[in-house]
Design a protein around this ligand. Structure first.
Ligand SMILES: [Zn+2]
Length: 238
């Protein structure tokens, strides 16, 4: 089966696209030739939205995930009985408000990893909020102080860009990547880096806003002790 073109990677602001149905799994996973739906990964949930058939009928999409070989993306129909046929031309529509909120939270988490320059052991994005887990030996973290630092970076309105480098370039320049919280995916020969100009550079496959100013005001809402060497830091959009 051919692979799915990831339109969300080149243009995270694309809300709609046309696509052709390549296959449908028995569980209602719709495989398309291209998509604007982000597939669950790196702590960011899969997109939701709908697929419109040629006759105007709407198919609600409950989640988006990678297929077992990771070269295709499955758009999971909310009702496995309500799916299109292979070969059909359809129109995809993202739940944009939800996605945009996730893009803002996701980019804010990059900034949090700058404010707290410690190894990251985990992370997740929810609705209007997110968290990172840090390997920090002792606490002494102050919510108000971290909030202030985070908002100072947001206020810089720094541009957010993507850059691709080869595996060899990455190996030759380990210092190029400041935060190796998530191991960059290997095997394709290229690694995608996200650069927040003058602030941060790290491998990431997620969706980001164009400038940090788009994040808007954020707050550190909770700092939780998760074991001796671990602190879970939660942030929320204002
Ligand atoms: Zn990212």
């Amino acid at each position: 089966m051919s692979s799915t073109r990831l339109l969300f990677r080149d243009d995270p602001y694309a809300r709609e696209c046309e696509a052709v149905v390549l296959a449908v799994t028995p569980e209602g996973g719709i495989v398309l030739d291209q998509t604007v739906f982000y597939a669950q990964g790196g702590g960011q949930p899969g997109d939701v939205g709908s697929i419109e058939r040629a006759d105007g009928a709407e198919i609600p999409i409950a989640n988006t995930v990678y297929g077992p070989d990771r070269s295709t993306i499955l758009h999971n129909a909310a009702d496995a009985a309500n799916v299109p046929q292979p070969g059909e031309r359809v129109r995809l529509r993202l739940d944009w408000n939800r996605r945009y909120s996730r893009m803002r939270v996701h980019t804010a988490l990059h900034l949090l990893s700058v404010v707290l320059p410690y190894p990251v052991t985990g992370g997740a994005i929810g609705e209007g909020e997110g968290r990172l887990d840090f390997d920090i030996p002792e606490a002494g973290l102050d919510k108000a102080d971290l909030t202030e630092k985070l908002n100072a970076l947001v206020a810089r309105d720094a541009p957010v860009r993507e850059r691709w480098i080869t595996d060899e370039e990455l190996d030759a320049n380990p210092g190029l990547v400041k935060t190796m919280s998530v191991k960059p995916p290997r095997g394709t020969g290229r690694v995608r880096l996200i650069e927040i100009e003058g602030v941060d550079l790290q491998p990431c496959g997620g969706t980001h806003v164009r400038r940090t100013g788009e994040i808007g005001r954020v707050a550190v809402t909770d700092i939780e002790k998760k074991g001796k060497q671990n602190r879970r830091v939660r942030i929320a959009l204002a």
